[in-house]
Design a protein around this ligand. Structure first.
Ligand code: ZN
Length: 645
């Protein structure tokens, strides 16, 4: 179809009006994005667009060029200043034939271009990772143009660690590859200084309590940060990395995941007098002494490269210095914005960011949205205002550990993906659209549900505390009072009742199923706390504890654990979330039941024989190890403390 007024028709009346052309050797991720276009046009207008490979299958007429085809290269379609994750999308012509071109300098830029075109120009919305939350408008004709847009994200990089890769691609979330500007971190000291390689040099390692400690893996102590050979080894490691990976932009100089640093006389002299922070000794002066020495050498040999470092835990405070760190140093400042319900905590974080910017030219924001929480932790307003604020300040990147619990965090991840791309957008309008597009006739009720969860998180009477509740499921229960929990559940039921179409009913039900475990876990806990040995209904009371536990765990196994869009190790497996927190939860229920049955051996025997859930909880309690028993002590201690308030 010839272009009329620079318009480009993709499909009309059930027919394809163009073909897709891809470069000769496309990367798999580019073909994934092409499949997204084909899929969207099928759903939107009916036809399946043919996909041709350049130079193999000849095209004729209207073509959609995806990525760096010959036409893109020859016509110098891409501005040289585009970052690797930027793109240009335009309707134009080649030898009088219409072209729709979507391309970026790299495959990542091109896939962002496709996602941007499908969402901004064709109106598609992928609200959550499950295919149920795909919203594609239906049209008789799909025509675009005039169109010529060059886009680049607000931040050098925006990475959400955790969400499904398909959802991330369709929402322009960066993939964390090392060609991204400023992106390069991870606990790396154990790789820079492999203990096995330097066992003959104990003086390279941390002196703690008068002894050198050779670490074991990435949780072991850092090396001696002032030893000249350790500086030399750091320089060599960075140079080797850049020489072997010429397209990579940033090498990680980040410490191991521990707060233990060298305290030899030289290192200790640098760190002397530094105030404690959050109860931890701070080693920023010795660590950044080493960073500066390495960075200055890398500046000579690889002036266009960067070095990633952490402002985290024992290095969370900036080093005390008059001059800025070398310009190639990127500091990833780790924050916990979930705690910004406390204005003082938030002010402290931004003060810290301000102090870091006095010391470092390049500061990135490293946040944690989900971190394996089972109870809802919804803070849309904080998320929106924080991303806008750090963009205004000039933070160079946004990285977030965001292990998805879609029923709770879906809207927040969507918000972060949109604002991370374009921080000038209005978070309230983005949320309006998300509710309306995802839940149609039940949008108002679903908004009320999420706002109830958010109110509960925000209107708390406790000070903000770094990582509070992450490794302790009982804190999570306590942060979600019974009346708020019931209100949220009732609102969700209202939304289900308001849903009139099949798609809305299924979407509300997805959230309801994903939320049910969270609702029932604290119910079982509160029923266990309320057990009284002298209750005339003790048998039934205990069975009700078992019933709430049973439904919660079965729902978890059926609706969360089997859902591939949840499947991150922070939920599934040996980290805090599942195995440890679930063990403590089960052991507490068993303990409370055991105590209530102390003087009732016949009733105990009867329940064990008749109620397999109660029998299971008693078994978990009887097999509890010393660590679990110690932690049960904490639960009772906290319960006492609350009764005393
Ligand atoms: Zn030292």
């Amino acid at each position: 179809m010839p272009d009329r007024n620079n318009q480009f028709t993709i499909a009309r009346d059930g027919n394809a009006c163009a073909v897709i052309v891809v470069p000769r050797t496309p990367e798999p991720r580019l073909l994934d994005a092409v499949a997204d276009i084909v899929h969207v046009i099928e759903r939107m207008a009916g036809p399946t667009l043919p996909v041709l490979t350049e130079g193999i299958q000849p095209g004729d007429g209207a073509e959609i060029h995806i990525g760096r085809t010959n036409f893109v290269e020859k016509s110098r379609f891409l501005p040289e200043s585009l970052p690797v994750n930027g793109y240009r999308v335009a309707v134009c012509a080649e030898n009088g034939q219409p072209r729709l071109v979507i391309a970026g300098p790299t495959t990542l830029g091109t896939t962002h271009g496709v996602a941007g075109f499908l969402t901004d120009d064709l109106g598609v919305l992928w609200g959550m990772a499950d295919p149920l939350f795909e919203d594609i408008p239906v049209r008789r004709e799909v025509t675009v143009g005039p169109l010529d847009r060059t886009e680049r994200p607000t931040f050098g990089f925006r990475t959400l660690l955790g969400p499904d890769l398909t959802w991330a691609r369709r929402n322009r979330v960066d993939d964390g590859n090392r060609t991204l500007p400023y992106y390069g971190h991870s606990h790396n000291m154990h790789a820079i200084m492999p203990p096995d390689q330097y066992r003959d040099h104990p003086e390279y390692f941390a002196m703690r309590g008068g002894k050198r400690i050779i670490p074991d893996g990435h949780f072991g102590p850092q090396p001696c940060m002032t030893h000249p050979d350790v500086i030399r080894i750091g320089v060599e490691a960075a140079r080797k990395y850049f020489d072997e990976n010429p397209t990579h932009r940033t090498f990680s100089l980040c410490p191991n995941d521990t707060k233990e640093f060298c305290e030899c006389p030289n290192c200790a002299a640098l760190d002397a007098g530094m105030p404690m922070h959050r109860g931890n000794k701070i080693y920023s002066d010795s660590y950044f002494y080493w960073v500066e020495a390495v960075a200055k050498e890398i500046l000579k040999s690889h002036p266009d490269k960067h070095l990633g470092t952490y402002g985290y835990w024992a290095t969370v405070l900036p080093p005390r210095r008059k001059e800025k760190l070398p310009p190639n140093v990127v500091v990833f400042l780790t924050v916990d914005s979930s705690q910004y319900f406390d204005p003082e905590y938030e002010a402290n974080d931004f003060n810290l960011l301000h102090e870091w910017r006095k010391v470092a030219h390049l500061v990135a924001y490293y946040d944690y949205y989900a971190l394996g929480w089972f109870m809802p932790r919804v803070y849309h307003e904080i998320a929106g205002r924080t991303i806008k604020r750090i963009a205004d300040i000039g933070v160079v990147g946004f990285h977030c550990e965001a292990y998805t619990h879609w029923a709770h965090n879906g809207a927040q991840f969507y918000l972060a993906s949109r604002l991370g791309w374009d921080s000038s957008l209005d978070p309230a309008k983005l949320l309006d659209e998300w509710y309306a597009r995802m839940f149609g006739e039940a949008a108002a009720q679903m908004r009320a549900f999420y706002e109830c969860l958010e109110r509960c998180w925000m209107e708390v009477k406790r000070p903000g505390r770094w990582f509070q509740g992450f490794d302790w499921i009982f804190d999570q229960f306590d942060f979600w009072p019974a009346d708020a929990r019931q209100e949220a559940w009732d609102l969700l039921e209202n939304a289900y009742a308001a849903a009139k179409t099949e798609i809305t009913r299924r979407r509300v039900d997805y959230v309801r199923r994903g939320h049910r475990t969270a609702y029932l876990m604290p119910v079982s806990y509160e029923r266990a706390v309320a057990l009284k040995a002298d209750s005339p209904t003790l048998e039934n009371d205990i069975r009700l504890v078992g019933a709430a536990y049973d439904e919660a765990i079965n729902r978890y196994r059926r609706d969360i654990k089997t859902d591939p869009t949840y499947g991150h190790h922070y939920y599934i497996g040996t980290t805090y979330a599942e195995e440890r927190n679930f063990l403590w939860w089960q052991a507490f229920l068993g303990d409370a039941i055991e105590k209530a049955l102390a003087g009732r051996p016949e009733l105990r025997e009867k329940l064990v024989a008749e109620d397999t859930t109660v029998a299971e909880l008693l078994r978990v309690r009887s097999e509890a190890d010393a660590e679990t028993l110690r932690r049960l002590g904490w639960v009772y201690r906290d319960l006492e403390a609350r009764r005393g308030r």
